[in-house]
Ligand binder design. Sequence first.
Ligand code: NAD
Length: 357
Amino acid sequence: MKRVLVLPGDGIGPEIVAEAVKVIQCLRERHGLELVLEEALVGGAAYDATGQPLPAETLERARAADAVLLGAVGGRKWEGLDISVRPEKGLLGLREGLQLFANLRPAILYPQLADASSLRPEVVAGLDIMIVRELTGGIYFGQPRGVRTGADGRREGFNTLVYDETEIRRIGRVAFGIARARNGRLCSVDKANVLECTELWREVMTELAAEYPDVELSHMYVDNAAMQLVRSPKQFDVVVTTNLFGDILSDEAAMLTGSIGMLPSASLDADGKGMYEPIHGSAPDIAGQGVANPLATILSVAMMLRYSLGEEALARRIETAVGEVLDQGLRTPDIAAADSRVVGTREMGDAVVAALS
Ligand code: NAD
């Protein structure tokens, strides 16, 4: 039996995760999903209970599980802590400890929410992009790094952008696989005209393309990609890029949809085990008020079913149910328009469960 570890975390984390768990329970009771759910502490909640944002027991149980569902971590309460025990360290520790090198960030704009974007509806309506970001390498991890003071007393900050071909091939295979399962189009984003490291990136992606004749590979420089994303975002289907470029472009793409509370994400290891979480943070400004949008977390469950649990049909059921709820005009305050029926976190979760039933 598959096991899923649930980590509610901090702020709105427990509120939105509770709704996602309701959805999982509905699938278990009514749609034959077989799954064991466990729960553990992470982030500020774990720090308060144990003095560590990622207790060894949590990491061990995450390693033993088939997938991890995370709410969010962090909050003002823990901002003054030493960086080594801040809640966000819990998240980084999980990514590192589970070797989650592939970050999948869909940017989907449900047609019902086209007005939520700051771009014109005709530019973004129906947008459906998947950004595949390398998550455990590149300039965020390269050595040497630091700030040093030269003989003349001037301080110098430095980081290292480094990828070996194995790392590039590994993330490339994930992206080609996803492109193959979608529309067969993959755009690799780099800065090969300036950075040798991404010149190698481009070479390796091009070599890989020979293994995926059914996928059409294109290349784009990152500055152009940033521009094209706001000019004509629907030209993209699957995008693969480095850790740093992916960090920036995936946030840009998310913002095209205008609704941070709607977007899920997945981080996968080499065997398809993954951690699933909404892209937003713990939203301390609205925590405890019952108004947070749980749909990003519920859609993260759909990604979990698709990428780690081999349950594509159930994943689609959830996505369809979310579409139906939006069709009914139900909106949490973050996505509400003048004529919507504004509901709270729980009502939104209940509505998805009702649509699933
Ligand atoms: P945030 O994403 O938590 O919030 C940004 C804005 O979006 C806020 O106004 C918030 O109310 C709103 N928002 C976010 N999620 C929402 C939802 N589901 N429904 C409705 N509105 C929503 O970002 P922030 O304010 O910069 O960070 C708050 C805390 O979260 C910080 O401690 C930060 O470090 C942490 N954080 C955690 C993660 C994570 O756990 N993966 C990611 C980003 C930030």
